[in-house]
Design a protein around this ligand. Structure first.
Ligand code: ATP
Ligand code: MG
Length: 563
């Protein structure tokens, strides 16, 4: 491709609205342009990278027996009503105004619909169906460039199985395909245990890169033996101790005490004796959750336990329902609330909690004796420095970007839509599903997050838009131009992808800057001085290493570099 006529609008300055490196560099390198919040045009250079990534994804999906489909982005809203996901996605789902259609944010519904209508018997199973297609999500805060778009391309696949062992097999095949895809795309990634969120289902894992640009938070064991999204991460922490004391509950006056720290100081007790009450709505029901001391409630864990969306209760509603303010709520004698407690508090007594009366607390609480606790669950958010669940090391908390997600869905969608098959004995059973996604744009952006320097992008050969950036220095010299033209033709004939900076009247300095910004793995520089000695120069973008090569052996040398 000749840069003189190729549409690559590079920019020198960092765009003001771009905060993270990949966003800045993709705009500066002329790969994308933002049309509106979370909506991007992919320009030719960017599109080439995207197509390469898709090719890697296709090859690995085909290798595990995937069959490529193309589902419609426009879906009847009834289909989404049937699975309860109009509600679950809420404002994230785009609805059309002039027809009862939604823009699909994912395709479990369509796949289950196809299965319902066209899978009849166990003989039709297993299946691995995939597509690479545009998804629409009304993300509330699209930032970070293409990392979080309102329109983005996903490779989504679905396994359909007759047995749970089949689902395990399909899931493991995907896990391996994902490792291959991300390795081939030159990403330094890790895998974490994850929450199933609004998707439903059992096991789920995310593939991530560590990055401050990320919006996910993960807990990693320092020795690498454990990694989990903070939404589900656990650690080894002490249980509340049981005391032989068995006094009855008694009120204590605690004027102006609002926080756990203030209460611990006021009463001179350790915070582990304090049971903090946190109140949420789970769907339409109020739930009181007891946490030990300053432990933080994990909303995602609460959501999994409740099987419903959760949100903090409004202080005014709480006052209406209990007669007390947030800092004075407690589990004893509280009516009309479901009460759950964190596992750490299981079996605890001699606790102090709110008395449901402003400025009063209760002491000597024995949870089993005094409160109607519905269940004890792991509901706390782990903290940096805690012991990893296997006890071998300490946890660190880092930010990450999710590249891909694999889920064992089970029968949630087949049950909702009636996707059933006949087993060997003629018994009707629901199809067992798995669902697996990869963000194509995220691979591109994450690759740049991990592969750039102060001068620009540094592409890996596997997904670079071109392998060679050919530059003429001294474009007025006929010899330079002729040599570069000859090299260009020979390389292209050999199937090498070359971006040829054949622009006239552009200074060498400018060309070098552009070449570093665009980041092709190798720059081949044809300049007057070296040519006089029968040589050309090859610069490796990643290392900056430069070598002079005899003109006659240049093609061979370049071919060698590219294997
Ligand atoms: P996130 O938590 O980052 O919003 P998600 O859990 O909603 O992601 P999935 O529904 O599992 O994502 O989608 C599968 C993949 O699609 C993700 O792993 C990610 O790579 C990609 N993806 C999801 N949302 C977006 C988006 N708004 N823009 C670009 N890619 C996205
Ligand atoms: Mg999301």
């Amino acid at each position: 491709m000749r840069l003189s006529s190729y549409f690559v609008p590079t920019v020198k300055e960092t765009p003001n609205d771009a905060v993270i490196a990949s966003h800045q560099l993709m705009v500066r390198a002329g790969m994308i342009r933002g049309l509106s919040s979370g909506i991007y045009c992919w320009l030719p250079l960017g599109q080439r990278v995207m197509l390469k990534v898709m090719q890697v994804v296709r090859e690995e999906m085909d290798r595990i027996g995937g069959q490529e489909f193309y589902y419609p982005a426009l879906n009847p809203v009834e289909l989404w009503e049937e699975t309860g996901r109009v509600k679950a996605f809420g404002d994230n789902l785009f609805h059309l105004k002039n027809r009862p259609l939604v823009l699909a944010p994912t395709h479990e519904e369509v796949v289950a619909w196809l299965a319902k209508n066209h899978i009849a018997s166990y003989k039709d199973l297993p299946q691995i169906w995939y597509q690479i297609q545009t998804k629409f999500r009304n993300e509330p805060r699209p930032r970070s460039g293409v990392l979080r778009g309102r329109q983005f391309i996903m490779k989504d696949s679905y396994t359909l199985d007759a047995t749970w062992e089949g689902l395990d097999r399909g899931y493991d095949l995907h896990a391996q395909a994902y490792r291959n895809i991300f390795s081939r795309c030159g990403l330094n990634f890790f895998v974490v245990g994850a929450s199933s969120g609004a998707m439903g289902g059992s096991a789920s894992q995310e593939f991530m890169i560590e990055s401050d640009a990320g919006e996910d938070v993960v807990a990693l064991a320092e020795d690498g033996s454990y990694a989990a999204n903070l939404e589900v991460a656990t650690s080894l922490v002490d249980q509340a101790k049981r005391s032989p004391n068995a006094e009855a509950c008694a009120e204590i006056h605690t004027p102006n005490v609002k926080t756990i720290d203030q209460l611990a100081a006021f009463l001179s007790v350790d915070e582990s004796r304090l049971a903090k009450s946190v109140v949420y709505w789970a769907g339409e029901e109020p739930v009181l959750v007891l946490m030990m001391g300053n432990d933080e409630l994990n909303e995602s864990k609460l959501m999994s336990v409740m099987g419903a969306e959760v949100r903090p209760i409004e202080p005014e509603r709480l006052l209406q329902l209990t007669g007390a303010d947030t800092g004075s709520i407690g589990p004893v004698g509280l009516r009309g609330f479901r009460i759950l407690a964190d596992k750490r508090l299981e079996g605890a007594n001699e606790l102090i909690s709110g008395a449901n009366k402003n400025d009063y607390h209760l002491m000597h609480i024995d949870l089993a004796r005094d409160c109607a606790i519905e269940g004890y669950h792991d509901l706390r958010t782990v903290r940096e420095g805690e012991t990893s669940p296997n006890g071998t090391s300490r946890l660190k908390i880092v930010k990450g970007v999710e590249l891909g997600h694999i889920f064992k869905l089970g029968t949630k969608y087949s049950d909702a839509l009636g996707a059933r098959f006949l087993d060997e004995n003629g018994k009707e059973l629901p199809v067992i599903m798995g669902s697996y996604g990869i963000g194509i744009e995220r691979i591109v952006a994450c690759h740049i997050e991990q592969n750039h320097d102060g001068d620009g992008i540094i592409w890996d050969k596997a997904i670079a838009p071109f392998q060679i950036h050919l530059i003429t220095v001294g474009s007025r010299s006929k010899e330079v131009v002729d040599t570069a033209e000859r090299l260009y033709s020979l390389l292209v004939e050999d199937g090498v992808e070359v971006l040829f900076d054949d622009r006239k009247d552009i200074s060498p300095g400018f060309k070098f800057k552009d070449a570093d910004l665009l980041g092709m793995p190798f720059q081949v520089i044809v300049g007057e001085k070296n040519l006089a000695a029968g040589k050309i120069e090859i610069k490796e973008r990643r290392t900056g290493d430069r070598t002079l090569v005899e003109l006659e052996s240049a093609i061979g040398k370049i071919q060698q570099l590219l294997v």
